[in-house]
Design a protein around this ligand. Structure first.
Ligand code: ADP
Length: 405
């Protein structure tokens, strides 16, 4: 509801006369007040039923610009309004102290009209404290947001710097690892081949004790060669320089040939090794050397982490959607404790169970295996029960699935 005044009283929107007492109550309730100023900008009367304007000033008789210094500088505008400019002058969120000395925000509207037969300025004050407080809170939140944004930007910069430093250190580590591994490989290869010559009796006959010692030397040299080869692969993977030569191949034949090659190690450990390849499998998209490495790694782990008398089962089948071939290597070995499982496959990690049986290893094989599988576009995962055995799963893309999707 709005209402207007005239010389003869107060009227509502429908033009009905409103009781002056009712009008005063409405004004007080809505916290509306006004003052009238003459052409010399001196206040001639004040209506403030709700106590909006406070008691600091003795308003009647005071100079308008003293009471409302916010209007200083707007004298030309005030003169224009007085002279009949139709647009009133508005100032929002003007801060005043009310009659209880509380801070209030008001909207000031300055319009002109006739009072006591002379042109006068009407300064109307409407309480907008709630809005003012919301606006203040909004400004505060905006400032807090700006601060948070600035600190986020600083954190991002710090993170980028740390990232760059980390990248630099990782690159340095990769370079160091590959240089060291390269340098170690030549003397190791020399040790290994001379040990072979000695073992074959090509530089003179050796007795049994000498041959036994030589066997230990050869084994150690071969193990070191395998470690250096793994370190080189790791450095290549980390630098993104390990590239596959993918071919369309019979994965069943590849797995079967690796199983037969590795069989002597299982026989030596009195383990039962079996293979089941599903008939009529599609060809797979694989790098022959790297896929062989994947199968060898899984088989040698199964052999290493399974006690004598255990069983290792290798299967190759097709997954239901025919897009992938699934290789599984299961064993009845030491298994992996649940708390170690999340870290299996991260580099240099070895599970407690591996240390418990003093199995040799450095924790690089599965990191490389997993990376090689992923480079093939396949997936790697495992299930394991401590003390009961593990099943490692690897998928390869079927060649005829290429280009689908
Ligand atoms: P390494 O065998 O040289 O330690 P790997 O990267 O091949 O390194 O394997 C990482 C760890 O995963 C091993 O140390 C071992 O704890 C665990 N692991 C791998 N294969 C098996 C398995 N078949 N049975 C139980 N634990 C395994």
């Amino acid at each position: 509801m709005s209402f207007a005044s005239s010389a003869s009283g107060w009227f509502d929107e429908a033009g009905n006369l409103v009781e002056p007492a009712v009008a005063a109550a409405l004004l007080a309730n809505r916290r509306v007040a006004w003052v009238v100023a003459d052409q010399a900008l001196r206040i001639t009367s004040v209506v403030d039923a709700g106590g909006l304007l406070g008691a600091t000033w003795n308003w009647p008789g005071a100079a308008l610009l003293d009471v409302l210094p916010e209007l200083v500088g707007s004298e030309r505008e005030l003169a224009a309004v007085l002279a009949g400019r139709p647009d009133p002058l508005h100032i929002d969120f003007l801060e005043l102290a009310d009659c209880d000395a509380r801070s209030v925000y008001v909207r000031l509207t300055v319009a002109a009209g006739n009072a006591e037969a002379a042109r006068a300025l009407f300064c109307i004050f409407e309480d907008m404290t709630d809005l003012g407080i919301s606006r203040q809170r909004l400004t505060q939140s905006r400032n807090e947001l700006l601060l948070a944004q600035r600190s986020l930007a600083d954190t991002i910069l710090d993170l980028q710097a740390s990232n760059a430093e980390l990248r630099r250190l990782t690159d340095m580590k990769s370079v160091f690892v590959s240089v060291a591994a390269h340098e170690l490989r030549t003397p190791l290869a020399v040790i290994s081949s001379y040990a072979d010559l000695l073992a074959q009796g090509l530089v003179g006959e050796l007795n049994d004790r000498q041959l036994q010692s030589l066997g230990i030397i050869r084994e150690g040299a071969e193990r070191l060669l395998r470690i250096t080869a793994n370190l080189l692969d790791m450095a290549r993977i980390e630098a993104g320089r390990l590239e596959l030569v993918l071919q369309v191949l019979d994965a069943g034949a590849l797995v079967a040939s690796v199983v037969e090659e590795q069989r002597p190690f299982f026989e030596q450990a009195s383990q039962d090794l079996s293979l089941a390849v599903e008939p009529s499998l599609p060809l797979a998209l694989i790098d022959e050397v790297r896929a062989t490495q994947i199968v060898v790694n899984l088989l040698s782990n199964a052999c290493k982490y399974t006690p004598g008398g255990g069983a290792i089962r290798v299967t190759l089948s097709r997954l239901a959607d025919c897009r992938e071939l699934l290789l599984t290597v299961s064993d009845t070995g030491v298994g992996i404790a649940p708390e170690d499982q999340p870290q299996i496959g991260s580099w240099l990690f070895r599970a407690k169970s591996a240390n418990e049986i003093s199995a040799k290893g450095v924790g690089l094989g599965l990191y490389i295996t997993r990376s090689l599988v992923e480079l093939h576009g396949g997936r790697f995962w495992f299930d394991s029960t401590a003390g009961a055995g593990s099943v490692f799963h690897v998928t390869f893309l079927a060649a005829d699935a290429e280009g689908e999707n």
